[in-house]
Design a protein around this ligand. Structure first.
Ligand SMILES: [Zn+2]
Length: 152
């Protein structure tokens, strides 16, 4: 497995406090377990590392001897994803593990002992869920900030 992280992506994930080793860990775990969602040759995988759930968005090419992954982005959130609340709308994502279409829906999200429903991509079959980048970096980051402020 060869993992390429372009310079501009290294810069972005550095700002987000994500380490290169975390990115490799997420991809290697996803590729060995096949737990990820895919859209064409785009892959979205996640792993809980420390206090955060780290996501890596990457493209995969199968070479003759090994797979090559090119990292497009990485991000994280601190809310913990729980049970699927609903799965309502079609998405273009496919759960690689189940080989079933993943849906847009809502998942119970817990942070600082408070649980709320939030939007996510879900697989009704294996009950796993993923938060896309714009939601994690905008909406969830704002919610986490609010909770931290209330607690402070
Ligand atoms: Zn699944």
């Amino acid at each position: 497995m060869e993992i390429k992280i372009p310079n501009e992506v290294m810069e972005l994930i550095g700002k987000r406090g994500i380490k290169e080793d975390d990115v490799k860990d997420v991809i290697e775990t996803a590729e060995s377990s096949n737990k990820k969602i895919v859209m064409g040759n785009r892959n979205l995988a996640k792993k809980i590392i420390g206090q955060a759930t780290v996501y890596v968005d990457y493209e995969l090419e199968k070479g003759l001897l090994k797979k090559h992954a090119t990292v497009k982005s990485a991000y994280s959130h601190r809310l913990m994803l729980g049970e699927i609340v609903n799965a309502t709308d079609k998405s273009d994502w496919v759960c690689a593990h189940c080989n079933e279409p993943a849906l847009y829906g809502h998942v119970a999200m817990t942070y600082m002992q408070v649980t709320r429903n939030g939007p996510a991509v879900v697989c009704p079959k294996c009950k796993d869920s993923w938060v896309e980048e714009y939601l994690a970096t905008k909406t969830l980051a704002a919610v986490e900030g609010l909770f931290e402020k209330k607690r402070a």
